[in-house]
Design a protein around this ligand. Structure first.
Ligand code: ZN
Length: 253
């Protein structure tokens, strides 16, 4: 039993415990190229949040990791078989209920540990922040916390070299053999401004990628996954620790 994982904790231990920060991992259930499992984002959430919490806990941070929310926003993948979708308004309702529990029970810091690019919590957190003024709510994207170029050769953002390497390290039995990996080639928008990043429209996933991947996984390896996992959990644990110890009435210098 890891004392910083709620799903493994029992009432006997937890009723007298005190926590400074709740971590809410949030994944998605969706196709990841031909070769990675639908639960890739859930697996990443579970492992990265747990290991980061372990490191922070051992330094003295009172963190509690809540169970991972397994569905995310997949509105752009409605025609991809069994890609599950949670609408942003449903996410709002879930987050509202989680915040109500924490607020009532005096855990005033929540970190949303996002693992899926389609989840966009900012507008939700803005609105919920007004509703729960005592709560400090923050959102993290571990997949943006480090420069991926230092770890991987090929860029990408979905079932790419990074995700394939992580899964080869964390859950190798769930990764199909290499000859079944698609090349994750992404078709770019004909209107250049969209590629420049200052105009946005949701990508129609089935039209931008043949195999559902974005980013070529061919250079992925277990070793790269391990190296990245260690670096990313170290970085996230520093964040957990700092948020735990921060005075939310006095955040700016
Ligand atoms: Zn993913």
């Amino acid at each position: 039993m890891r004392p910083y994982i709620l799903a493994e904790s029992n009432w006997g231990t937890i009723k007298d415990a005190e926590f400074e920060l709740a971590i809410l991992p949030w994944g998605a259930t969706e196709a990841h190229n031909y070769h990675l499992p639908y639960g890739t984002d859930i697996i990443e959430s579970d492992f990265i949040a747990a290991e980061s919490a372990k490191i922070a806990w051992e330094k003295g941070a009172k963190v509690i990791v809540l169970p991972t929310i397994p569905y995310g926003v997949n509105t752009g993948q409605s025609d991809i078989f069994l890609d599950m979708n949670l609408n942003p308004s449903t996410q709002f309702a879930i987050l509202n209920d989680v915040l109500e529990v924490l607020n009532r029970q005096g855990i005033y810091k929540l970190l949303i540990f996002n693992s899926h690019g389609g989840n966009d919590f900012k507008p939700l957190v803005r609105e919920l922040g007004l509703k729960f003024p005592k709560m400090f709510i923050c959102i993290s994207n571990w997949f943006q916390s480090l420069d991926k170029n230092l770890f991987f050769e090929n860029p990408g953002d979905h079932a790419d070299e990074m995700e394939t390497s992580l899964l080869l390290y964390l859950k190798p039995l769930f990764v199909l053999s290499k000859e079944q990996w698609g090349n994750g080639k992404e078709k770019k928008h004909k209107i250049k401004a969209f590629s420049e990043g200052w105009v946005w429209a949701e990508r129609k996933w089935s039209e931008i990628s043949e195999d559902t991947g974005v980013g070529d996984p061919k250079s992925a390896s277990k070793e790269k996954g391990e190296k990245y996992f260690k670096a990313v959990t170290q970085k996230m644990s520093d964040l957990f620790y700092e948020v735990c110890k921060a005075d939310i009435q006095n955040l700016y210098e």
